[in-house]
Design a protein around this ligand. Structure first.
Ligand code: ADP
Length: 586
């Protein structure tokens, strides 16, 4: 039950937005089922009784007969009209709620932290979110077309049959109750199989996404065959799980089939007997048989519907589990207004540990003045990325605090904080959108002039102009149609147009061609103007002109000063300087 509670918690708020349609569906569909499934057979019964009683004098009943025929014809038209209107409302309702659910999932998932995304394959996130919406539609269809319509039908049948024959009404009720109990008994077990099946299906999606996004590595290591083999293992595993789930469904169907056959025979036998004893009319025999046929159909569909309903619920659950994950980094309940303008960054007694217990900083202090340009150097693992992640609040300090312009970075929202920081990562990943859109991402309302101006300053305008569609060129997924250096310059232009007071640059480790490198260096210099800048340097040549160089080792500042001062000191920095291999720190 908790499963449905969880689904309800997330789906109901979206359904509520269309409550008029929601309630209309129940009223109209209920009316339709009553008219079509219950009342129409009653008129057939009346027609048959009229016909069978009049076998000696047909003329006397002609007006009664025609009245009944016309009512039935009228009923048919009414049912068709209501059915069409209802279908239209259901369709519109489902499409609208599906839209809301898509937007909701997007909002909920995109709020998750970086860590969440590194722990969840984007491929399986896509699959889960698609399935979430698809399953809602399936569940709602089943709810209306199977569950609700059956309830209305069963109650209606009972009310109509009871005055005709108590014993048949009793048999009908027993039949329905036992049948439903069988379904419920087995389906409880079935959901376990379905959950396992859904998980293995997600694994397939996740693996596909992982391999396809790393296809370059797969090919370069000649591991295509190995990947294929390992993919086959995953699909084989999924295959076994699907089979188990379906075998179980098969078993339930066999039991249902036999039980129905027995009950049907019994009811037919009793009906015949009652007719012979003159306790029910010919019309009633036809009515009972008509109801039985519809009921059998409904009950049979009901069991498949239950299975599908449970399967869809299990599918929805996968996404809901993700909704329930609390983001690692939360915004304050009452965020302050952001007051950061200058970019004066202060770490006060900052300690930080990763979740696995790995301690990176202990009582770490640093004061970066507004407009100061800092070069952060140190061996791999020294804590450089962790330092910038803390400033950007991709991680939260365990103790102490970080403030910018006197404002604790935890007192404002993450969006506000990041709006005052420009960040250029090592490997710039671009959206599969046009270059113009990629640059304007830093300032959505940027004019074309502004875009061109920053592109020029980032030394990107020239190469962009040479592209066949210029600024309207699509860059390919993750920007693969451009070279590393070109992507980097677009990312610099994007950071430039954002014009934030704080700038964090993670210098590219991958070797760029020397022309690109010079351009990027010039673009960086342009970008840094007037901003508090932190550069994670992977080669020392690029940070010689920094105001202060900080040498980190195991999360501690071991040296700081200008390039000249540190070389003169002949300590760690000088050692790094002398040991750079091919320009890079190892
Ligand atoms: P740098 O950027 O200087 O190479 P990092 O900041 O990435 O160094 O890493 C500092 C230390 O924290 C290293 O010992 C690293 O293994 C550890 N570390 C980095 N990221 C994580 C993480 N997500 N979980 C646990 N430990 C981590």
């Amino acid at each position: 039950m908790s499963l449905f509670k969880a689904i309800f918690k997330y789906v109901w708020p979206q359904i509520k937005k269309y409550r008029l349609a929601f309630y209309s569906i129940f009223i109209l569909f209920g009316t339709r089922i009553f008219l079509e499934g219950i009342l129409r057979p009653v008129y057939f019964k009346k027609i048959i009784d009229t016909i069978s009683f009049s076998s000696f004098d047909r003329i006397t009943v002609s007006s009664d007969l025609f009245k009944l025929v016309f009512i039935t014809i009228g009923l048919n038209f009414l049912v068709t009209t209501i059915a069409r209107i209802c279908k239209f409302i259901i369709y519109a309702f489902e499409v609208n709620v599906a839209k809301e659910l898509r937007n909701f999932s997007f909002r909920k998932i995109s709020k998750q932290s970086q860590l969440f995304f590194s722990n969840n394959f984007s491929g399986s996130l896509v699959t889960k979110s698609r399935r979430f919406v698809g399953s809602f539609e399936t569940m709602f269809d089943i709810l209306i077309y199977d569950f609700y319509s059956s309830i209305i039908f069963f109650i209606g049948v009972f009310i109509v049959i009871l005055p005709q024959s108590k014993i048949i009404a009793l048999f009908f009720s027993i039949f329905i109750l036992v049948y439903m109990s069988i379904i419920f008994f087995f389906l409880k077990k079935k959901i376990k199989y379905d959950t396992i099946e859904a998980q293995s299906d997600s694994r397939i999606g996740g693996r596909l996404a992982d391999v396809f996004s790393n296809i370059f590595a797969v090919k370069i290591f000649s591991n295509r065959d190995k990947e294929e083999e390992s993919f086959k293992e995953i699909t084989q595993d999924a295959n076994i799980k699907s089979k188990k789930a379906w075998f179980f469904s098969g078993k339930i169907e066999v039991i249902q089939g036999f039980f129905s056959a027995i009950m049907l025979s019994l009811i037919l036998y009793i009906t015949a007997k009652l007719w012979l004893q003159n306790k029910i009319s010919t019309g009633t025999v036809v009515l009972i048989q008509t109801y039985i046929v519809i009921m059998m159909d409904k009950l049979w569909q009901l069991s498949t519907a239950f299975m599908k309903f449970m399967k869809s619920a299990a599918d929805m659950k996968e996404m809901i589990d993700l909704f329930e994950v609390k983001p690692d980094i939360l915004d304050p309940v009452k965020p302050e207004k952001i007051k950061i303008k200058e970019g004066h960054i202060v770490f006060k007694d900052v300690s930080f540990k990763y979740k696995n217990g790995q301690s990176v900083f202990e009582k770490f202090n640093i004061d970066i003045k507004p407009g100061e340009r800092i070069g952060l150097v140190g061996h791999s693992g020294a804590g450089k990325s962790t330092f910038t992640n803390l400033v950007l609040r991709f991680s939260d300090v365990s103790e102490g605090n970080i403030s910018i312009d006197g404002q604790d970075i935890r007192s404002v929202t993450q969006d506000d904080l990041r709006s005052v920081i420009s960040y250029v990562p090592q490997e710039s990943i671009l959206f599969h959108r046009t270059i113009r859109e990629n640059i304007a991402y830093g300032k959505p309302n940027a004019t074309d002039e502004e875009i061109i101006q920053v592109a020029k300053k980032a030394y990107a305008h020239e190469f962009i102009s040479k592209l066949p569609n210029g600024y309207d060129t699509y860059v390919g997924e993750r920007g693969i149609k451009l070279s590393g250096g070109e992507r980097q310059r677009i990312a610099i232009a994007r950071a430039m147009i954002k014009d934030a007071p704080v700038l964090i640059l993670d210098e590219a480790t991958s070797s760029l061609d020397s022309i690109s490198e010079q351009y990027i260096q010039d673009a960086f210099n342009e970008l840094m103007k007037g901003k508090t800048t932190i550069v994670i340097a992977h080669r020392l040549s690029t940070i010689q002109k920094m105001d202060r160089i900080i040498v980190l080792e195991d999360g501690k500042i071991v040296e700081e000063g200008t390039h000249k001062e540190l070389i003169a000191k002949n300590g760690s920095y000088a050692e790094l300087w002398n040991h750079q291999v091919g320009g890079f720190i190892e």
